[in-house]
Design a protein around this ligand. Structure first.
Ligand SMILES: [Zn+2]
Ligand SMILES: [Zn+2]
Length: 440
């Protein structure tokens, strides 16, 4: 039988050699968000197709071309989530979270699905860390969410990222803008691609997102929404800028950010890396005051962002010093003889109960092959147990890096020895970090 060795196009595996790095990114993001009061929410990977049609919007590329939609065996139209926000808003409405004290702050890690042309940093199954903040129209909420994203990137050691912000106004001022935009695009009609001609009638702002070179040229000369903001939207944007300045967050105003999703209002923002080439956006978000109403619920002003974990992983792989070391075996027990093998097994299991990464032979290797294996997996220490060690209850623990040895007892005192070694190492790491911090 032929071996099945190919994953579906546009999907990827995270192997054990990389998964510790992914977990580090996810844990860092979650714990920074927790310090701002964000709590994890988990929603299903698939939802009723209508949810995304109503939230993301019928006229978007995502809904028109990119969704994984199918009928289940009960004849329901089901869609794999193309983004994280809609499901969270649906869950919050369904479970009455908005009846609790506002704001409601949620965080999540999700896989998302879009049928696009796969390329580096853009897969068909991709992963996001995101937050959604429900219950405030204040500019301080916008600044909090932006500061949170920037702090996560900083904690991860991701430098060379710039924050781009824009305001796309409210439905009132956007209507004015769309009139002006449509008039401009009508005058450039001959240059637009086929898809954009269709967009022109239904949602002219989508033309600004078009990936065709000709359309991008036309978009570059289009009127910008910033010039059409109503007094309230302008005031809101000024306030957001003021709050960002209060926490020393640098930003650029970028009138080209309009977001491909229909539910955004007012503030939109992106963090753009100078290390990723074409797929340079590592985090994108904004305000979506109209979403809950669009889903049939009350109007709850809200905002959020999503970070592309694949892209963050690509950046961190180029900065190994920003990643922690992969977990390493603290002690490997090398045994000679069946008696010793059983003793090693028992000691290793006791150490594991105490949270120490310990290992021993369960394959049936001879002691020389065991030593080779301990070396291969990069064990920090080895302990050899043979007939003599069994008799005396004493053995030598060897530091595999320095070759230093010391005598230990083969009983619970070994736990204390290993525990102290790992604490010493952590203290040394911390001292080194503090030194570097005081030097810079
Ligand atoms: Zn407005
Ligand atoms: Zn186009």
């Amino acid at each position: 039988m032929a071996l099945i060795t190919k994953a579906v196009r546009g999907t990827g595996d995270v192997l054990p050699s990389a998964s510790y790095g992914w977990r580090y990114i996810e844990d860092t993001a979650m714990s920074v968000a927790r310090d701002f009061g964000y709590h994890e929410i988990r929603t299903p990977v698939f939802e009723h197709t209508e949810l995304f049609q109503r939230s993301v919007g019928e006229t978007t590329d995502v809904v028109q071309k990119e969704m994984y939609t199918f009928n289940d065996k009960g004849g329901r139209s089901i869609t794999l989530r193309p983004e994280g926000t809609a499901g969270v808003a649906r869950a919050a409405l369904e479970h009455g979270l908005f009846n609790q004290a506002l704001p409601i702050k949620t965080s999540y890690i999700v896989s998302c699905y879009r049928y696009e042309k796969p390329q580096a940093g853009r897969l068909r199954e991709f992963h996001q860390f995101g937050v959604e903040y429900f219950g405030s129209a204040e500019a301080s909420a916008d600044a909090e969410v932006i500061f949170l994203a920037s702090l996560i990137l900083k904690e991860l050691g991701i430098t060379g990222v710039s924050l781009h912000i824009n305001s796309i106004g409210c439905p009132e001022c956007r209507a004015e803008y769309q009139k002006a935009l449509k008039a401009y695009l009508e005058s450039q009609k001959d240059g637009l691609c086929h898809t954009c001609l269709d967009r022109l009638g239904r949602n002219p702002m989508r033309v600004l997102d078009c990936k065709s070179g000709e359309c991008a040229k036309i978009a570059a000369g289009a009127p910008v929404i910033m010039d059409y903001l109503c007094g309230e939207c302008r005031g809101h944007f000024e306030n957001v800028k003021g709050y960002l300045e209060a926490v020393d967050i640098k930003y650029e105003i970028d009138t080209k950010i309009v977001r491909g999703l229909d539910y955004y209002t007012r503030t939109v923002f992106e963090f753009i890396s100078d290390e990723l080439g074409a797929q340079a956006t590592v985090c994108a978000g904004g305000r979506y005051d109209g979403l809950t109403e669009q889903l049939g619920g009350p109007r709850i002003p809200a905002l959020g962002f999503a970070m592309g974990l694949e892209r963050i992983w690509i950046i961190l792989q180029g900065k190994k010093e920003s990643l922690p070391d992969p977990p390493r075996c603290e002690v490997y027990f090398i045994s000679n003889g069946e008696q010793a093998r059983k003793r090693c097994f028992a000691i290793a299991c006791r150490l594991r109960e105490g949270g120490i990464y310990a290992d021993c032979d369960t394959v049936g290797r001879g002691f020389k092959a065991q030593l080779k294996y301990a070396d291969k997996i990069g064990a920090r220490h080895t302990v050899f147990v043979g007939d003599d060690e069994l008799k005396t209850g004493r053995a030598r623990i060897r530091n595999m890096e320095t070759g230093d040895e010391e005598e230990v007892r083969l009983d619970s005192s070994l736990y204390t020895v290993l525990y102290n070694k790992s604490i010493d190492r952590q203290l040394a790491d911390m001292a080194e970090m503090l030194n570097e911090a005081s030097e810079s």
